[in-house]
Design a protein around this ligand. Structure first.
Ligand SMILES: Cc1ncc(C[n+]2csc(CCOP(=O)(O)OP(=O)(O)O)c2C)c(N)n1
Length: 790
């Protein structure tokens, strides 16, 4: 081994050559990945070529207990830490739906979407301090940013929260908040609003977030000229620059092909971040894309020959190679050997992954062909000739090809006697069920599901105090914050003020700034701040001031929070409670009830719509015992309504997915929830004076929906249903009727047309008249119910 420059470097030449090997292996995998897609063996591919060397440096600065929140270019980083091998890289490319082969996602995510597993098979949380972590990637570019803030924020909490320092399990998750959250993002995605919001939040919070910006000058075909003011993200970040008096963010700029500078920059930034919690950004410029953006197109269509030539010159592996030789760290033949070996390893890994992916399907195909031939012998005619031919000519079948083929065979065999026809039908059903459950698992947690939490009834003392609803919430959280150091609440105006409705009055004084924290007006990162911290064993309650403003964080809630457990096939959970208030106040943006939007965007979360604060507290308690995430929408105009304080506040639990019958009746079933309950109760008593008996059912949670079939049971008695809802026509009411009529089978019991009473298709105008004529009213409800009963 030539000694050369290694003597003056802080790293051994062995270490540098190990890095070079990883870079070469990663590149060899990328090149083959594209070929696999172009030859039809995979659907789509996106790779990390051109970004290898910086990721080696990032991996060298990464410690056990640290976290990554990145995007689809980071394969070299994952390989460098031993979190990804070549077979797993290809298994994900092929969408191999087996957890042992694609441990990131069980074939659910596009390739290069990475996740480590920190839950065991039973959903128990593994020790986090002795391993490397990658929070699960998502495809919406920039979407990793909000979560990154929270991953870093957890270190701050573990270091600074006195309550957490007392928690006996803290060492399972953190060593005094020394963990750094490493982020990665492409240059073009820094144009997203959430990028700026996250940076600002990290600067304000002073959290150990180390963000790398991989800058290859393009976002697919659109150059920085159209992406970034002044065409340089680090130039733009000057205002964020750290100053002793004002804090801020340390910004570094380094070339993506300069191994030595990258190693030094990452070592310095990570050290600073880890010890001082000053957030850092490393703008890595001069990166390239040897194969273009993805397999969806070719970059020759939009890059000039000069640009392509420049990229070839700047290729980071080529540059690293030249630097190694120049520095006399290795000889030409040593490097050539590494290159040959990594080519071979990539080839072997690819072949192995393909065989592992194909062999069970090919086995099934052979078994099926044998069965078809046997059937033809029994029938005595070539009845399945086409099906056999179709299978025979399929060199690389998918499971769906077998399913389709089998289904067509069931049609061809429909006239045959049962012993011939039924085994084929069973095979089709078996394959269908197996794959439906394979692809459908883990939408919610299993072992630590909130649905497994035993309910506990609220109990009342004889002379229980009557309080404003908001005080019930205050009592509940006061108790929980005292009991459970993992819980923290954050949001706009909830700290010093105690919430705009004073639901958290004095809680910050009692429990401290880190347990009940004011944030800026930044809903996307309020959610991310909580959600990211939830990966690290904490229990955030994220306050969104009004339901109408949930839209600002809906992208994160839908793409990131709601899909997490599913997209990792049970490998990750980050139980986050979004608390908000809505339905009914006055004003276009203070009275929204966009429930259908939430129901459909948030499958994977629970959607709780408590009618009052006592119910809400019971739902929070159930949620805090499980590992699922949820949105709880409290009734905005209910905080001054008097409620009786249960003596077991903080312990009683309202079960999720269970309706409550609030008034028994026999003429019509009235289903509703949340703020409408009070109006419905008035309608029920008016109608009883008219001789109409209504059964009033509070749905309580829209996700999950009436798991015990309470509404159906009511329908078997009343044969009529009215769904009363504040969403737009055809909004949540359509979902409710679909659940009752189709899923529960309520259609069979109806004697009258099912009806809905909803808000108007536009938003509600301001003022009490605006409210009355835009939202469904008591009078309309009374009229509708009496017409239905007729
Ligand atoms: C929110 C969102 N918009 C658009 C896309 C489609 N898309 C995928 S990658 C990409 C370009 C991203 O460029 P950049 O952030 O520079 O990262 P690079 O791919 O160059 O590494 C686009 C527009 C997306 N995935 N997400």
């Amino acid at each position: 081994m030539p000694q050369g420059k290694s003597a003056s470097l802080p790293w051994t030449s062995d270490e540098i050559l190990a890095d070079y090997r990883t870079a070469c292996l990663s590149r060899a995998a990328s090149l083959r990945g594209r070929q696999e897609v172009l030859s039809g063996k995979a659907k789509f591919g996106i790779f990390g070529d051109g970004k290898e060397v910086a990721q080696l440096a990032m991996a060298r600065a990464f410690r056990k207990g640290d976290w990554r929140s990145g995007y689809y270019r980071d394969q070299t980083f994952m390989m460098a830490l031993g979190l990804l091998d070549v077979p797993a890289f290809f298994a994900q490319l092929y969408a191999h739906a087996t957890i042992t082969h694609d441990p990131s996602s069980q074939g659910r995510q596009m390739n290069n979407h990475f996740a480590t597993r920190f839950l065991d098979e039973e959903g128990n949380w593994l020790c986090q301090t002795d391993r490397y972590h990658s929070s699960a990637d998502i495809s919406p570019t920039g979407g990793q940013m909000a979560r990154l803030v929270g991953l870093a924020y957890a270190s701050k909490l573990y270091r600074e929260s006195p309550a957490l320092q007392q928690w006996e399990r803290r060492t399972h998750f953190s060593h005094e908040g020394n963990e750094v959250a490493f982020g990665t993002i492409g240059n073009a995605s820094t144009s997203e609003g959430v990028f700026w919001e996250s940076l600002n939040a990290a600067g304000v919070l002073q959290v150990p977030m180390l963000l790398s910006i991989w800058d290859d000058d393009y976002g697919i075909s659109v150059p920085n000229e159209y992406q970034t003011t002044k065409q340089s993200i680090s130039r733009l970040l000057v205002g964020f620059e750290y100053e002793e008096a004002y804090k801020g963010i340390r910004v570094y700029r380094v070339a993506g092909y300069d191994y030595e500078a990258l190693r030094k920059t990452y070592a310095e930034a990570a050290e600073l971040c880890r010890h001082t919690h000053v957030p850092c950004v490393i703008h890595v410029h001069g990166m390239t894309q040897p194969q273009g953006h993805s397999t969806s197109g070719s970059h020759e269509r939009y890059k000039t020959p000069e640009r392509l030539a420049l990229e070839a010159d700047l290729d980071c592996i080529k540059k690293m190679r030249a630097w190694i030789l120049e520095s006399q760290l290795a000889s030409e033949s040593q490097l050539a050997q590494i290159e040959t070996e990594t080519e071979q390893e990539a080839e072997r890994g690819k072949t192995q992954a393909w065989q592992q992916y194909q062999s069970p399907i090919l086995e099934k195909k052979s078994a099926l062909l044998a069965q078809y031939r046997e059937i033809e012998t029994q029938v005595g005619s070539p009845i399945l000739q086409t099906q056999i031919r179709e299978l025979e000519i399929l060199p690389t079948p998918l499971w769906r090809n077998l399913s389709t083929n089998l289904f067509q065979s069931t049609l061809l065999l429909r006239e045959q006697p049962a012993p011939i026809r039924e085994p084929v039908q069973h095979l089709w059903q078996e394959l269908q069920q197996k794959n439906e459950s394979l692809y459908g698992s883990h939408l919610y947690c299993r072992q630590h599901s909130c649905l497994r939490i035993a309910p506990i009834l609220a109990e009342y003392e004889e002379k229980a105090p009557l309080l404003d609803g908001r005080q019930i919430i205050q009592h509940y959280f006061n108790r929980k914050l005292a009991e459970d150091p993992r819980i923290f609440i954050l949001g706009e105006d909830i700290g010093k003020l105690g919430g705009v409705n004073l639901e958290f009055e004095n809680l910050q004084e009692t429990h401290g700034l880190l347990r009940v924290s004011d944030t800026g007006i930044r809903e996307a990162t309020i959610l991310g701040q909580g959600f990211g911290a939830a990966f690290r064993g904490l229990r955030p309650v994220v306050d969104i001031q009004y339901l109408d403003y949930l839209l600002y964080c809906l992208q994160g809630a839908s793409d990131d929070v709601a899909t997490l457990h599913y997209r990792t096939a049970g490998g990750q959970a980050a139980p986050t409670i979004i608390r908000t208030k809505g339905h009914r106040l006055e004003g276009i943006w203070h009275s929204g009830s966009p429930m259908a939007m939430l129901i459909h965007a948030l499958r994977g979360m629970y959607l709780c719509v408590p009618r009052n604060c006592v119910q809400a507290a019971g739902m929070y308690e159930t949620l805090l015992q499980g590992d699922d995430s949820a949105v709880v929408i409290e009734v905005l105009n209910g905080y001054r309504v008097k409620e009786t304080l249960p003596k077991n506040i903080g312990t009683y639990r309202v079960p999720l997915g269970e309706c409550e019958i609030l008034h028994e009746g026999h003429d019509v079933t009235l289903v509703t929830y949340g703020a409408n309950i009070r109006i419905a109760q008035q309608a029920v008593s008016i109608l009883s004076t008219l001789g109409i008996s209504c059964e009033l059912i509070d749905i309580q949670t829209l996700l999950p929906f009436d798991l015990k079939g309470t509404i159906l049971a009511s329908l078997t008695k009343t044969h009529r249903i009215v769904c009363f809802d504040e969403d737009v026509p055809g909004g949540a009411s359509a979902y409710i009727l679909q659940q009752v009529l189709e899923v529960q089978g309520g259609y069979d019991y109806l004697d009258a047309t099912p009806r809905t009473l909803t808000a108007k298709p536009h938003r509600s105008a301001f003022g009490s008249d605006g409210d009355y004529y835009c939202k469904p009213s008591l009078e309309e409800l009374v009229l509708l119910l009496s017409n239905v009963v007729g």
